[in-house]
Ligand binder design. Structure first.
Ligand code: CA
Ligand code: CA
Length: 359
């Protein structure tokens, strides 16, 4: 009798193991996933994903933990801005910050949320497809160490922060990186950017680096917001925490940045160098160089006030650039003793000198 039960039990166990071994997970278009760990994949993975599709995966791990997502495989139509097919990973389920947008075959490092929820969205267009993606999610402790796509907790006495792909390629579109630097109680943090090239905009509305005193983004404790191609002045924290956030939108990227931080004793620290608020224009001593098309001009006694649509911005200098979508324009006052007649046409403007030019 015992032997029979033993045989039945073992036969049952064997059948469970063998079905698990033979059964391939079936990947559907999105779904809700809970628990400490699990596998998600594009619809029909490793088969070619369907065209004109959108799938949403919502992952929830136990309270107090955060979600870490690691791609095991990635094969989506390739494009430098991932405009056609892509996987977006969000921090949270609704209105979350996008942690990154991915396509092609280069797998990013682990993507980590701030809370216990993550949303993954995959979109495909009509043409060209691949085998999609396979990713493992797991619940980890907040600030757990590990190889991350970007960002994370930094508590060593010195270290570096850099944009994804640095220095090989431009930073990707649609990414958010957050670094939290923590020094011992009695120390402060010095941050210096060695190289810096982030999509330029007078108000840094598109891509930017924002630096905050404290452990999180907090407008009232913002030290500065930076973009363009000149590195910000060295930054010093008030206390022992510094929070740095890098964000890129879904168009135009640039080289990115690398910065180095170190802890400094509070007593040796000098006052922070004054930072130029982003809404003010750089010092007037900076020359401006643009080629532009004249839209309108008002000739006055000893000056011309001209409005230009910018063809190419070489150096912004002290110009006030207006941006509407991809169209940039500026108003320039040119001082002149005997003002020439300006006509519609193309001009080269270099630091108070206006010349007609033919491309
Ligand atoms: Ca496609
Ligand atoms: Ca951009």
């Amino acid at each position: 009798m015992r032997i029979i039960i033993w045989i039945i039990a073992n036969a049952f166990l064997f059948s469970v193991v063998s079905t698990q071994r033979n059964r391939r997970p079936v990947f559907t278009c999105g779904g809700n996933f809970t628990g400490d760990t699990g596998l998600i994949g594009s619809q029909g993975y490793p088969g070619v994903y369907p065209p004109n599709n959108k799938c949403v995966w919502r992952i929830t791990v136990p309270q107090g933990k955060v979600v870490s997502l690691l791609f095991r495989a990635l094969d989506l139509e390739s494009d430098s801005l991932c405009r056609y097919d892509y996987v977006d990973v969000y921090d949270g389920h609704i209105n979350g910050q996008r942690l990154g947008r991915f396509c092609g075959t280069a797998r990013p490092g682990a993507l980590v949320t701030n809370g216990n929820k993550m949303q993954v969205v995959m979109v495909s267009d009509a043409n060209t497809a691949g085998s999609g993606f396979l990713a493992v999610y797991s619940a980890i402790r907040p600030n757990e160490r590990g190889d991350r796509y970007c960002g994370g907790l930094l508590d060593k006495p010195s270290g570096s922060i850099k944009t994804p792909n640095w220095p090989d390629k431009d930073y990707p579109a649609g990414v958010t990186c957050s670094w939290h630097i923590v020094a011992p109680q009695d120390q402060i943090i010095e941050l210096k950017f060695e190289k810096f090239d982030v999509e330029r905009d007078s108000y840094c509305r598109y891509d930017h680096v924002a630096v905050f005193n404290g452990e999180e983004t907090n407008e009232s404790r913002k030290i500065g917001k930076f973009c363009g191609d000149s590195p910000p002045m060295p930054i010093y924290s008030d206390g022992n925490h510094l929070f740095i956030m890098f964000l890129s939108d879904l168009s135009l990227t640039a080289d990115g940045f690398i910065g180095h931080y170190r802890f400094k004793s509070r007593s040796l620290s000098t006052a922070s160098a004054p930072l130029t608020p982003v809404s003010t224009i750089p010092p007037t001593t900076q020359p401006a160089v643009i080629t532009a098309t004249l839209i309108s001009a008002a000739v006055r006694d000893r000056s011309i006030l001209a409005t230009f649509s910018i063809m190419h911005l070489y150096k912004e200098g002290s110009l006030a650039i207006q941006q509407a979508g991809k169209t940039m324009s500026t108003k320039i006052t040119v001082l002149c003793k005997k003002c020439p007649l300006v006509r519609r046409g193309e001009y080269l403007y270099t630091d108070l000198v206006l010349q007609t030019f033919r491309p």
